[in-house]
Design a protein around this ligand. Structure first.
Ligand SMILES: [Mn+2]
Length: 346
């Protein structure tokens, strides 16, 4: 049988700072609908949500009703761990709307399907105990679903040794927002990552995991409505705004407009241009969201500069008295920028 492992969907995230937040929230829900469609079209018999289905208590009634509708109309069986994000309220409301979801508790709870056993445990500060898997049948495919951090007990302890010594075949993890495989001794696990990026900090390929219990295969299936694309432009050899505009348009030519574009300017330059202004003007209105980072450095020969009879020369001498090299560099860059008529960035 095929099992989908998803997590961290964060429906109804506030998405603070996202320009089209209501639209993006609707897209998070759309991604969830698409996942159920994928399950239906690909003969997936079980969907496992490893926590953070909802973002927090701001979840709307319409969203909870939508989730219940999707689950009720899905031929798959659904398994949900609540996770540690936000309150229990939306989950309690969801429980009232549909009986079709299998939930977990503070102790390990297991459900037996035809061809697989799906176990799960809600983590909290008391989760150090209760990790008993001795009842599992090693002839079955055994899946364990958890929401937590394998390297920290901050959200509840995971007994890695108990998992390593058990008949578990796969640990479906939630909490970290990027796909990542994890080993518990010989037992394979994975964080499936988010279904959709919610901001510029979620730069990795999004999607979900499909587990084939017969082939004993685990496959990451990439999926997105929008994604974050990062581009780097070296502006060391660029001397004027017109040239810069052309370089920007060349650099981002292959990025589809529906995406988040993160454009970083790098290089060592003798004089800074207003990279952000030129980029904002050239790319205005094209991308779903735009983040611009000026990480260029000023190429300054400070030893030569200190001999210059000018305000710059005097300033360079002053900077050389600063013993901290990082601070000295920042002072020089910022001071020379201001002396050349530029404006310091936020
Ligand atoms: Mn999360």
């Amino acid at each position: 049988m095929k099992i989908i492992h998803t997590a961290d969907i964060h429906l109804d995230s506030p998405l603070i700072g996202v320009k089209d937040a209501p639209k993006r929230r609707q897209e998070l829900l759309q991604a969830f609908v698409n996942l159920a469609e994928y399950a239906k079209n690909n003969g997936v018999q079980a969907v496992v949500v490893a926590g953070d289905l909802f973002d927090d208590e701001f979840v709307t009634e319409q969203t909870i009703k939508s989730v219940a509708y999707v689950v009720e109309n899905s031929p798959a069986q659904w398994f949900v761990v609540k996770g540690n994000h936000g309150s229990d309220k939306p989950y309690q409301q969801l429980q009232k709307l549909t009986q079709k979801i299998h939930w977990f508790g503070k102790e390990v709870v297991c459900y037996h399907l035809d061809g697989a056993t799906i176990c799960g445990k809600e983590l909290d500060k008391n989760s150090a105990t209760g990790w008993d898997f001795s009842h599992l049948d090693s002839k079955q495919f055994n899946l364990l679903v958890l929401h937590g951090d394998v390297d920290s007990d901050a959200y509840g302890q995971i007994d890695k040794r108990a998992i390593a010594n058990s008949a578990i075949n796969y640990v479906a993890l939630g909490h970290r927002h990027a796909f990542q495989q994890v080993k518990f001794g010989k037992v394979l696990g994975a964080y499936c990552g988010v279904l959709e990026a919610r901001g510029f900090d979620e730069t990795q390929q999004t999607g979900f995991v499909v587990v084939d219990t017969v082939q004993k295969q685990v496959q990451f299936v990439p999926s997105h409505i929008r994604k974050v694309v990062s581009k780097q432009l070296d502006v060391s050899a660029i001397s004027n705004p017109a040239e810069l505009q052309n370089a920007i348009l060349d650099c981002v030519a292959d990025v589809a407009f529906q995406n988040y574009l993160n454009l970083q300017f790098v290089g060592s330059v003798e004089q800074k241009l207003d990279y952000k202004l030129v980029a904002q003007t050239a790319l205005q209105g094209k991308y779903f969201a735009l983040r611009l980072q000026d990480d260029t450095t000023l190429a300054v020969d400070v030893e030569q500069l200190k001999n210059e009879i000018s305000l710059r020369g005097e300033f360079a001498k002053l900077c050389l008295e600063e013993p901290n090299p990082q601070l000295r560099k920042e002072m020089l860059e910022l001071g020379l920028l201001v002396l050349s008529g530029g404006k310091p960035q936020q």
